[in-house]
Design a protein around this ligand. Structure first.
Ligand SMILES: Cc1cc2nc3c(=O)[nH]c(=O)nc-3n(C[C@H](O)[C@H](O)[C@H](O)COP(=O)(O)OP(=O)(O)OC[C@H]3O[C@@H](n4cnc5c(N)ncnc54)[C@H](O)[C@@H]3O)c2cc1C
Length: 379
């Protein structure tokens, strides 16, 4: 397993670091929130990000992408995590594009992947149906009708759902609750009759929506892959997304830690900087060690995805579980160590905690992934 970055990945990381620091610092997220920008992100900046090739990192060159792999994508999202940058990068480039690539027909790929890579088209994955991530707990139904297919159901926490042009919907065509067989992937226009989208107010000020499908009529071209065989491509893409989300969480935790360390070296109490006190040094050292372990877990998962390692599913769960635990620790300690000012909205440190709590839940929390790791390892 290779836990280092090559020259191209290092360049990608450095470029992303500069871009987010200069163009999308945390105050950009504050502005989106305070001005209640309807899109929840800046379309001009999204165009710039796509222009840098990031929307096509997981798309092959033949479809207009850069084909830089998961390790490359992880570097960009880690840097986005440092600045809490809001954009449709995750939903379009980490969830939708790889799912189209795995499950779509040649026509789907040729028609949609180049416009996803250019950032013009936004597709969101409409998957979860309850507050807890449950990949196979799908009650949304797709049934055959005289003219084609009919879709009924409701989805929640659809990330970037309220700005999406289309959805990839996970629906059940057969099977009981929690069965893997019988899951079907469908491409649905967000403006199709019967689709209603409600923006959700998230604590991290990022985008999500509740989406309802009420007797939505679909043609055969809406099918991504075969009826009832959506689980395998979905599971693979969710694993990739968990590893990339863990990278974003690592960026969040690293930045919150560095800001806290800087504060410990600045804030004086009883004539000494508080960072000189052993009790706080020990807590900082603990965080540092957890961050190093998380970095290894994240790089291990990203590398396993690119090298198609047989253990990649378990390694992705390991990375997400570790990132959840570390971010829980670091975000809470960061606010605690900033004292009273850490609780205020004027200070940015609380924004890291708010994003942390959402990212911890999304695509499976620490308990979900510890359980999955144990199951995959046969414990
Ligand atoms: C929701 C809320 C409600 C509050 N309500 C009240 C209230 O009703 N009445 C009231 O009087 N106050 C109230 N406060 C203020 C509260 O008492 C202070 O916020 C708290 O004591 C922290 O003080 P500080 O912000 O000065 O942090 P600091 O003292 O700056 O602490 C920052 C960091 O330094 C560490 N630290 C500080 N001194 C030392 C030291 N000597 N050795 C080692 N480490 C040290 C702390 O552990 C912490 O990690 C409230 C605060 C909040 C957030």
């Amino acid at each position: 397993m290779n836990l280092t970055l090559n020259e191209e990945q290092t360049m990608l990381k450095n470029g992303a670091h500069e871009f987010f620091k200069e163009r999308m610092p945390v105050k950009a997220l504050r502005e989106l929130r305070d001005k209640d920008v309807p899109d929840g992100f800046d379309r001009a900046l999204w165009g710039e990000m796509a222009g840098l090739g990031w929307a096509g990192i997981l798309i092959p060159e033949q479809f207009g992408g850069a084909d830089f792999g998961y390790k490359g994508m992880g570097q960009v999202l880690e840097e986005a995590g440092r600045c809490l940058a809001a954009s449709p990068l995750f939903s379009s480039a980490v969830l939708a594009a790889p799912l189209l690539l795995k499950a779509g027909t040649d026509e789907h790929k040729q028609a949609l992947l180049p416009t996803l890579a250019s950032g013009e088209l936004l597709i969101a994955l409409a998957h979860d149906e309850s507050p807890r991530h449950a990949p196979t707990r799908i009650a949304t139904r797709v049934e055959q009708s005289a003219d084609g297919l009919v879709l009924n159901g409701a989805k929640t926490f659809v990330v970037d759902g309220h700005v999406a042009d289309r959805f990839i919907v996970v629906a059940r065509s057969s099977g009981e609750r929690d069965a893997r067989d019988g899951l079907t992937l469908l491409l649905v226009d967000a403006k199709a009759p019967g689709v209603s989208v409600t923006r959700m107010r998230m604590v991290d000020s990022r985008n999500a929506a509740a989406v309802r499908f009420d007797k939505v009529a679909l043609g055969a071209d809406a099918l991504l892959g075969k009826i009832g065989e959506g689980h395998a491509p979905l599971a693979a893409v969710l694993d990739g997304a968990r590893a990339v989300l863990a990278a974003e969480m690592l960026g969040n935790a690293s930045e919150a830690f560095e800001r806290t360390l800087a504060y410990l070296k600045l804030r004086k109490q009883f004539g000494a900087v508080i960072g000189s006190f052993q009790a706080l040094k020990h807590r900082a050292a603990h965080m540092f060690c957890e961050l190093e372990l998380t970095r290894s877990a994240v790089l291990g998962a990203l590398d396993a995805l690119d090298s198609r390692h047989a253990d990649s599913a378990a390694l992705c769960s390991l990375a997400k579980a570790k990132a959840c635990d570390t971010l829980e620790l670091v975000s809470a300690e960061a606010v605690q160590m900033h004292g009273g000012i850490g609780m205020t909205d004027a200070e940015e440190i609380g924004f890291f905690l708010k994003r942390a709590r959402v990212a911890q839940q999304w695509l499976g929390d620490a308990s979900f992934h510890r359980d999955r790791y144990a199951t995959l390892k046969g414990f």
